[in-house]
Design a protein around this ligand. Structure first.
Ligand code: MG
Length: 219
C-alpha cells in the first residue's frame, strides 16, 4: 500500500494529506524507539499514516478512541455523519469503519485499537511512548484531559503532535492550540516546524531542560 491509497481506504476524516505525510515521517523515526499512541482514531485515516510508519520498524501503534464520535459529531451537530450512526445501537459507532480500514491496509499486526475514553485508557498506563498524537475531542476539557493523561509518558526525545491548531479563532476551536501552548510554556519541549494545523513538539531530555523547569510537570 502507498500513502496515496490512504484516502481511498479511509475516506472519512479531517486530516490533510500534507499533515498525514508529516505524521508518517515523524512516526517512521519515532517507532524505531518505542510505541506510538494516538488519541482519536475515528475512521482510521491518521491511523493508517502512523501505522504504515510503525510497520516499517515492526513497531506498534496504540489507537485510543471510544468510537462514539466527539461532541460535534453527534446527531444535530455540525460534523454529524449519518453513515456513522448505527440505528441498532442508536449511537454513533466509528469502530466498524476504523476496523475495516486497518484490515484493508494490512495493519492488524501493527495497530492495537483501544476502544475506551482516553482518560480511562491512561489510568493504569505506564509504558513509555516514543510519540503521542493528540487528535481527540475539541472541548477544552477533552483536549486538556488528553494532554495531561499522556504527555508525561513521553520518553526523552519523544514527539508530541497536536492536530487542529488554528491561529485564527474564526477557523476553528482553540482547545488544541491551548494545550500546545501549555506544553510549550512548560519548557519541557522544543518546537519543531508546524505543518498546516499540525503542531509538533519534541520532549527534551533531562540534560536539555533548563534548571528552573526541570522539576515541573507537564501542566
Ligand atoms: Mg483532527
Amino acid at each position: 500500500m502507498e500513502l496515496a491509497d490512504i484516502d481511498t481506504i479511509a475516506p472519512k476524516g479531517f486530516l490533510d494529506p500534507d499533515e498525514g505525510r508529516a505524521l508518517f515521517e515523524l512516526a517512521r523515526q519515532a517507532s524505531a524507539r518505542g510505541p506510538i499512541l494516538e488519541i482519536g482514531g475515528y475512521c482510521g485515516k491518521s491511523t493508517l499514516y502512523l501505522g504504515m510508519a510503525c510497520k516499517v520498524n515492526r513497531g506498534i501503534l496504540y489507537s485510543v478512541d471510544h468510537h462514539r464520535g466527539s461532541e460535534e459529531q453527534q446527531p444535530g451537530q455540525p460534523y454529524f455523519d449519518p453513515e456513522l450512526y448505527d440505528p441498532l445501537q442508536s449511537r454513533v459507532d466509528t469502530f466498524r469503519f476504523f476496523r475495516r480500514a486497518v484490515e484493508e491496509a494490512g495493519l492488524e499486526d501493527t495497530v492495537v485499537p483501544i476502544v475506551a475514553a482516553s482518560r480511562v485508557a491512561a489510568r493504569m498506563w505506564s509504558t513509555a511512548l516514543a510519540m503521542v498524537f493528540i487528535d481527540g475531542g475539541h472541548t477544552y476539557e477533552a483536549a486538556f484531559d488528553d494532554y495531561v493523561s499522556w504527555s508525561g509518558l513521553l520518553m526523552p526525545g519523544g514527539i508530541l503532535a497536536v492536530h487542529d491548531i488554528f491561529l485564527d479563532p474564526s477557523e476553528g476551536g482553540q482547545a488544541p492550540r491551548f494545550v500546545y501552548s501549555l506544553a510549550l510554556a512548560s519548557g519541557l519541549y522544543e518546537e519543531l516546524p508546524m505543518v498546516k494545523t499540525l503542531g509538533v513538539l519534541r520532549r527534551r531530555g533531562p540534560g536539555q531542560v533548563p534548571p528552573e523547569v526541570s522539576s515541573r510537570r507537564d501542566w
